[in-house]
Ligand binder design. Structure first.
Ligand code: ATP
Ligand code: LTN
Length: 328
C-alpha cells in the first residue's frame, strides 16, 4: 500500500487547471486501495498578504470543493495544514539543512518575486521547505501534482536523502506523479503560459464557479490562431489547449473531437466548448454550495481529519527529534 499526498492553497478562485491538474486525479486515486492525504495549505497561502475574513472563507471553499469533486473523508484524510503544528516544526528543522542557493533556484519563487526586489517575504522564499515538511512528515510515497510543482517535489526528495544520510534512515524519498493530460492547462489569453488564478486578467482562466454567460464570454475571447482548423498540435497552443479542455469536460478523445469538427471553424467549436464546460461545472457548483450551506458538517470533517493527521505527524516528529539529538 502506498501513501499518496497532495495539497492545495486556499487562494479563493480555483480554476479548471487546478481542478483537472490537482483535484480530479486525487479523486481517481481513492479507489486504488492506497492511503490518501489531502490538505488545505493555509500557511502556504499567507506567504502573500491575505485578508483574514476572506482566508477563512477560502479554506472552507477549498474543502467544500474537494468534497464536491468526490473526495470521501472516510477514504481520504482531509484536513487543514495549520491544525497540525508538526508541519511548521519540521519545516524549521529542514530549514537548517537547506541551502540558500537551492531556494534561489526555485522557478516559482523567481516568478513570484520578480520586480519585487527586497520586499518579498521570507515566507515566500521558504515556501518549498514547508512543502517538503508537508510531504516528509507522512512517509509519503507519491505526490500527484501539476507540472509546475515538480521542482518542489524534487527538492523534497533531495532533503529527504540528505537527512537520511546525515541522521540515518528517517524519511521515505517521495516521487512526484505528473498527470499527462490535464497536467497543464494553458491560459486562455496567453496559451504559451499556464492558466493561473493570480493572473492579471480574468480572461486568463475559467473559474470552477463561473456561470454560463461568463464561461461563454471567456471561451469566445480565448486566443487561437489564424489557421481555423480544430486540430491538436503543440505548435498551435491556443486551439490545442481548448481541445484538451473539451476532452476533459466531455471524456471524449482528442481524435473524436477532431473528427467531429472536421471542416468546421473555431466559432462552432467554441460555442460547443462553452456549453460542455457549463454542463460539467453546474452540478459541481451545486454540490459546493450544498457544503458551504452546512458549515458545521464541514468543520466536523476537518476536525476529524486534523486529529487523525496529528496522530501520524506527532509520531514522526518524535523520531526526528530523537535523530537530531534534541530529545533527552
Ligand atoms: P498561482 O497563480 O497563485 O500560482 P495556481 O493557479 O498556479 O496559483 P496553485 O495553487 O499554485 O495554482 O496550484 C494548485 C494545484 O493546481 C497544483 O497541484 C498545481 O500544479 C495545479 N495547477 C495549477 N495551475 C495549473 C494549470 N494551469 N494546469 C494544471 N494544473 C495546474
Ligand atoms: N505548492 C503546492 C501546494 C502544496 C503541496 C504540498 C502540494 C503545499 N504543500 C505538498 C503537494 C504536496 C501548490 O500547489 N502550489
Amino acid at each position: 500500500m502506498s501513501r499518496i499526498l497532495t495539497a492545495l492553497q486556499p487562494s479563493g478562485i480555483l480554476h479548471i487547471g487546478n481542478y483537472f491538474g490537482a483535484i480530479e486525479p486525487m479523486v481517481g486515486l481513492q479507489t486504488t486501495g492506497n492511503e490518501n492525504l489531502l490538505f488545505v495549505v493555509d500557511y502556504h497561502a499567507i506567504t502573500v498578504t491575505q485578508d483574514p475574513a476572506r482566508l477563512r472563507q477560502n479554506i472552507l471553499f477549498a474543502a467544500a470543493t474537494y468534497l464536491a469533486a468526490g473526495i470521501d473523508p472516510k477514504q481520504t484524510l482531509l484536513f487543514q495544514q495549520s491544525r497540525v503544528s508538526e508541519h511548521t516544526e519540521l519545516a524549521w528543522i529542514l530549514n537548517c539543512m537547506v541551502r540558500m542557493g537551492e531556494l534561489e533556484r526555485m522557478t516559482q519563487f523567481k516568478d513570484k518575486a520578480k520586480g519585487k526586489g527586497e520586499s518579498v517575504s521570507v515566507g515566500l522564499f521558504d515556501y518549498p521547505v514547508l512543502m517538503a515538511a508537508d510531504i516528509l512528515l507522512y512517509d509519503t510515497d507519491v505526490v500527484p501534482v501539476g507540472h509546475d510543482q515538480k521542482q518542489h517535489v524534487e527538492l523534497a526528495r533531495d532533503i529527504a536523502e540528505r537527512f537520511n544520510k546525515q541522521f540515518g534512515k528517517t524519511f521515505i524519498v517521495p516521487k512526484p506523479e505528473i498527470r499527462k493530460q490535464g497536467a497543464r492547462i494553458a491560459a486562455l489569453d496567453e496559451p504559451e503560459k499556464k492558466m493561473s488564478k493570480s493572473a492579471a486578467s480574468e480572461k486568463n482562466y475559467i473559474s470552477i464557479m463561473d456561470d454560463e454567460k461568463t464561461v461563454l464570454k471567456k471561451i469566445k475571447a480565448a486566443v487561437t490562431d489564424s489557421q481555423g482548423t480544430v486540430r491538436f498540435n503543440e505548435s498551435r497552443p491556443g486551439i490545442t489547449n481548448l481541445i484538451t479542455i473539451m476532452s476533459l469536460v466531455t471524456g471524449k478523445t482528442v481524435k473524436e473531437i477532431e473528427n467531429s469538427y472536421a471542416g468546421r471553424g473555431y466559432g462552432d467549436f467554441k460555442i460547443d466548448l462553452a456549453a460542455q464546460t457549463t454542463a460539467f461545472l453546474s452540478p459541481l457548483q451545486e454540490k459546493i454550495r450544498g457544503y458551504l450551506d452546512h458549515p458545521d458538517a464541514l468543520l466536523k470533517i476537518l476536525d476529524d481529519g486534523a486529529s487523525r493527521a496529528k496522530t501520524i505527524a506527532s509520531k514522526k516528529m518524535e523520531e526526528v527529534r530523537e535523530k537530531i539529538g534534541v530529545k533527552l
